[in-house]
Design a protein around this ligand. Sequence first.
Ligand code: 6IA
Length: 140
Amino acid sequence: MKVYFSGSIRGGRDDKALYLSIIGFLSEYGQVLTEHIGSKELTAMGTLHLTDEEIYEKDMAWLREADVVVAEITTPSMGVGYELGKVEEMNKPLLCLYRDVEGRRVSAMITGNKDFVCKKYLTLEDVKPILKEFFGKIGK
Ligand code: 6IA
């Protein structure tokens, strides 16, 4: 099974360590196409030698290839929001994970969409049973 993990890049890299851990959990369920999202070396200013057009084409191809999409949406990101809209059009199973952060709330365009499964968590340990339930439900 192919998993597309979506997380903020230019929106801010504060949660990159969390992304890396979640990608680790996801790799137990399948191949994570976007492992670089958790990379320490990848900063908001970028280190990959790709043009924006190449990044867009590559990510859209991976998104089409993916069987399932998991997003960490605590750090607001235009790119992640765009991907979520596309995933909805593609009718793929989607899970959005987020934490409560003081002074910040996830967009109502995401949590208000009844077709999106959005799960709030406190610690990384909470993520494991959320993933288990989600992948169990989609039969993977
Ligand atoms: O707007 P954002 O940059 O925060 O969007 C993040 C989302 O868009 C992620 O879920 C990625 O799938 C995708 N994305 C955005 N930028 C890149 C990227 N940049 N590489 C791969 N996926 C990306 C490379 C470094 C760049 C900062 C020059």
